[in-house]
Design a protein around this ligand. Sequence first.
Ligand SMILES: [Zn+2]
Length: 377
Amino acid sequence: MMGLLPSCGNKKEETPEPPKAMNVIYMIGDGMALPQVYAAMLASGEDMTFSQFPYIGVVDTHSASNDITDSAAAGTALASDHKTKNGMVGMNPDTIPVKTVLEALAEQGKETGIVVSCYVTHATPATFYAKVPKRSKYEDIAVQMAENPYINLIIGGGRKHFNHRKDSLDLVARMENELGWKVYDTLANIDETCKKYAVLANNDHMPHAAERGDFLPRAVKTALRTLDDAENGFFLMVEGSQIDFACHANDSTWMMDEMLDFDYAIKVALDYAKEKGNTLVVVTADHETGGLTLPDPLGKYTNVVFDYSTGSHTCLPVMVYAYGPGAEQFTGWMQNRDLKAKIMNACGFENISDSIPENDGPKIKAIKVNLDSNANN
Ligand SMILES: [Zn+2]
């Protein structure tokens, strides 16, 4: 009767399987490294949502072709497990299309959404659904978006790539009449129970944060209401698109507006995840823009200013912040192409990658460049 004795003492305790993520909210601040985040914390004097994430890591952003990436190569790496050449969307350096985390999770039955404050056809959102060798092929990207079977909802600007096209195609009409979409031009009055809709809320990029109000956080709320009842969960990508634009312009006021706007969008996502308990939130960036530092120009260590060193991108690594099931994987030093596998793993799926690490591209040569320029001074 030994078998009936209650177990105690030397019986090994079974470790319960860690919970899997049912839903994923993947948030990308374009051009947002630690200087942008900390500058916003200092200037706003507010407790920003960034400080609430229990797991934080560092992400190396260099592309397969350049020390300094652009949004197309970085987005491709964040969306798939491939680094690629600057300018390329959803393809490896040999122009072979790669599978994105949105597509892989849709194949596992998850509903999907994309919410941005730029064109929906801009580099970062495009890397999740399109495959083109050049990011500037907006009209091709728009067609690929319209024909993509995996996207349930998409919200942002860029309507002109759908209905003011060089080929005169009325892609909005085709989406509605042939491809099963509902297309709206505002977040107001949309049918949130519809499972395939696009909100093309501006012809161009969305206006600056100061003018567009709470569009981005409201769009995230709308998307979450739509995706909330998804039987097998959902994948939602959200981009704070214009942090990059503001930093290209070295415009601190604009950057602050965009950072606070993105932080509010992150709060919406984090509040949802805290309430549900089954949602992984991953916040990261594609690269740094502006070479932002926070020195005291007088050297007194008391009056910090925002100081930009370039109107372009830099090779500075970015941070990743994670909350929810599987979040503990997002610590330490990683490559941008590592995030897809971690997300798939958090959801309980094996990530089969055909990425070749030796194709990771150049090692950063910035230190050598700095030493050379110091020698000249
Ligand atoms: Zn940029």
